[in-house]
Design a protein around this ligand. Structure first.
Ligand code: KG4
Ligand code: ZN
Length: 346
């Protein structure tokens, strides 16, 4: 039997300070400290995010170790998010990891945040019938900063088939929510509100974008003009029709995402499909894609909610696979706000 491998994962790319302990592919602890400080500004304030990471990182890691029931001396490696993300935020996780790795004399593993969202599918779960996607599979990675369709041939062989040419899907959710006066982050609020509304109450035109690429900025502008016009005619329009507005704009965003994914599956012939990233927590997206996959006879893999939005378990599992391959990071590596991964096809 191979020896046990225990990895500490650290995530600090945006506004979540997170630490997780992964042992042999299973999660022993997954701790997240959300930063409430940004709510009053309607979005993440980078400088405040770095400061909050500094305050949170030691207690979050301590809680993760305690929850896992282990001491730091039982760790074999530390995986951290090197990028992409906010530079000041990434620096906190990187510096902490470098110090702890040196102090414990164990290797560091550098993780790409977007790759980690995808590899969250490989976190071993106890539940009945759980299985990871089979290679090759496609992943629709939808977060606050990215919208990509990725082809995955192995844990580390990934190819970006298409991506957004302007705003990300999460950004579109957050921006339309802001226009409606809903608090940040807007995505979960639109999702909740939409459940009470009629998705066909209002129509918004879907953008025409080539290949596997996406665009959301035109939709956001159209939404702004639509609301301005309606509110001018009736100042209580949003109050009266909030759920219908949320459900209608959500339907279009989901349609754009699902249609491209279906197109990608049909074009590549790959029928193992998955979703990842914060927006994959969206109920309507999960349901629409599941219905589509079911009707086509395709397999769809959806991570549990806690592994969709930013978390350190996904960083830990990515580091775990790197550890098994002996792919270690060096102390001279700096964080990268625009870290890329995989081959790009455009
Ligand atoms: O992956 P993530 O947690 O952080 C980034 O790497 O960006 O994604 C955050 C994004 C935000 O834009 C948030 O509004 C969106 O995911 N999001 C949602 C939902 N939950 C989070 N969007 C729609 N519906 C949701 N339920
Ligand atoms: Zn993310």
């Amino acid at each position: 039997m191979s020896p046990t491998v225990t990895i500490l994962g650290i995530e600090s790319s945006c506004d979540e300070t997170a630490a997780a302990v992964i042992r042999d592919g299973k999660v022993l602890a997954n701790i997240i400290a959300n930063q409430k400080v940004h709510e009053q500004y309607g979005g993440v304030v980078p400088e405040l995010a770095s400061r909050a990471h500094q305050a949170n990182i030691v207690p979050v890691v301590a809680t993760a170790l305690k929850t896992a029931g282990i001491t730091k001396n039982e760790l074999n490696g530390i995986a951290y998010t090197r990028g992409p993300g906010l530079l000041g935020s990434l620096l906190v996780g990187t510096s902490f990891t470098k110090g702890l790795s040196m102090g414990l004399d164990i290797p560091m593993l550098e993780v790409n945040h977007m790759q980690a969202h995808i590899l969250a599918h490989f976190i071993e779960r106890e539940e009945m019938g759980w299985k990871a996607p089979e290679f090759p599979f496609l992943c629709l990675t939808v977060s606050g900063g990215h919208t990509q369709i990725v082809r995955i041939d192995s844990h580390f062989d990934m190819e970006i088939l298409g991506q957004t040419i302007d705003d990300a899907a999460g950004e579109a959710f957050d921006k339309v929510a802001k226009i409606m006066g809903l608090p940040y982050p807007g995505g979960p609020n639109i999702d909740r509100m939409a459940r009470e509304g009629d998705p066909h109450a209002f129509n918004f035109t879907e953008p025409a974008v080539d290949g596997f690429n996406f665009s959301f900025s035109g939709l956001k502008t159209a939404f702004l003009y639509f609301l301005r016009k309606e509110v001018k005619a009736d100042p209580d329009f949003i109050e009266k029709r909030g759920p219908d507005i949320a459900a209608s704009i959500q339907r279009v965003i989901v349609q754009i995402l699902v249609k491209k994914m279906v197109y990608a599956a049909k074009t590549t012939g790959i029928t193992e499909l998955s979703i990842a990233g914060g927006v994959s927590a969206n109920k309507e997206l999960r349901k629409t894609l599941a219905d589509e996959a079911h009707s086509q006879g395709w397999n769809l893999y959806i991570p549990p909610f806690e592994y969709c939005t930013d978390n350190a378990a996904m960083v830990g599992i990515t580091g775990y696979f790197q550890f098994l391959k002996g792919q270690f990071a060096t102390q001279d590596l700096t964080p990268s706000a625009r870290l890329q991964f995989g081959k790009k096809v455009t």
